[in-house]
Write a protein that binds this ligand. Structure first.
Ligand code: KG4
Ligand code: ZN
Length: 340
């Protein structure tokens, strides 16, 4: 009988220190996440130096917690998977060095994993029936990509943002509204009490047939709206601003995704990344998919934001096609989708 493959996966690309134990790619035995959000909130955003120092302080402890939760010991682990890019270089290096040390000491393979591709793979964990090909909208704090997932290791980028990532726009608008960092989930919550049609913020679709995005216009639109009203001493309704901003962003994201699905002839759509936790994005995407007769997939909130379970899932699929990292493996802060 084929032996199970147990992966210990590490993720430290930004402000979450996470370690997961994953069996055969799709069964998560543990997924421990230590979030540094409270530490960075007082600075209004992630401070790279502070992030790496906190990863360093926590990583060994999170490895132990994750093993304990999975009821396993180091001797049970068959391979180590780690994010090696994209992300903050100092933060990435903490996870990568830990992974190298473990792989060397335990004499087991090390598999380098691309963080953005990892977000896509979060969908496989809870949807056992999901198989490529499908179209995936990856929306996070640093990325906005429409990707045709042709196979487990074959991707084509159909479109991407030309300026701000959508999560970045959420965070900047949240700051303008005085909501603090990170703003995405706060805008999501506030928008539920607002009128989404109150303010008609611009929807930027760019050229007719492009699947690229641009969010800097909408971000400036909100900024100007808030400042103009402030100057005139007019009170603004921040719930309405949050709802109207969100509606324009969600309209563009979902319209372009549906257009891309048609072009790529895909009838399965998935979303991934931190912004995939957004309740309005999920709602509108589901409505549009139902109308077209497409299947729609999204990960649970814990698997949308940064976590090591998704790294363990992708690590397994990369491992079976022979991906390996040696002790010379370095962190690549600007690693692109499909780069190996
Ligand atoms: O994927 P992620 O955890 O980290 C990166 O790889 O960037 O994404 C973080 C981003 C932040 O910009 C955060 O504001 C956004 O995801 N986010 C949300 C929601 N939850 C997190 N944006 C909109 N609605 C949410 N519910
Ligand atoms: Zn991420």
């Amino acid at each position: 009988m084929k032996k199970d493959l147990i992966t210990l996966a590490i993720e430290t690309s930004c402000d979450e220190t996470s370690v997961a134990i994953v069996k055969n790619g799709r069964e998560v035995l543990s997924n421990s996440i230590y979030s540094q959000i409270d530490i960075h909130t007082k600075f209004g955003g992630v401070v790279p130096e502070v992030a790496s120092r906190n990863h360093l302080e926590k990583i060994s402890q999170i490895v132990d917690i994750s093993l304990k939760e999975a009821n396993l010991e180091f001797k049970d682990i068959d391979m180590i998977a780690t994010t090696y890019g994209p992300g903050l270089v100092g933060a990435l290096l903490v996870g990568l060095s830990t992974a190298k040390a473990l792989a060397y000491a335990l004499d087991i393979p090390l598999v380098p994993v691309n963080h953005i591709e990892g977000h896509i793979f979060a969908n496989f964990i809870e949807h056992k029936e999901l198989e490529p090909p499908f179209l995936c909208l990856v929306v996070s704090g640093g990325h906005t990509h429409l990707i045709d997932v042709k196979n487990y290791n074959e991707y084509e980028i159909i479109g991407k943002t030309r300026d701000d990532a959508v999560g970045e726009a959420y965070d900047k608008v949240a700051r303008t509204l005085g909501l603090g960092y990170p703003g995405g989930s706060k805008i999501d919550k506030l928008a539920k009490q607002g009128d989404k049609n109150a303010i008609n913020f611009t929807r930027t679709y760019l050229e007719k047939d492009t699947f690229d995005f641009s969010f800097s216009g909408i971000k400036s639109g909100v900024l100007n709206y808030v400042n103009n009203n402030k100057q005139k001493n007019i009170d603004i309704n921040i719930e309405d601003v949050a709802a109207s901003f969100q509606e324009s962003v969600v309209d563009v994201l979902t319209d372009k995704t549906m257009m891309a699905a048609k072009k790529c002839k895909r009838n399965k759509i998935a979303i991934a990344g931190g912004v995939a936790a957004n309740s309005r994005l999920r709602e509108v995407m589901l409505e549009k998919c139902k109308k077209e007769g497409y299947e729609f997939y999204y990960p649970s909130i814990k698997l949308c934001t940064d976590n090591a379970a998704m790294i363990g899932c992708l690590g397994y699929y990369d491992y079976i096609i022979g991906a390996r990292g040696g002790l010379e493996l370095n962190a690549i802060p600007n690693l692109k989708i499909g780069d190996k």
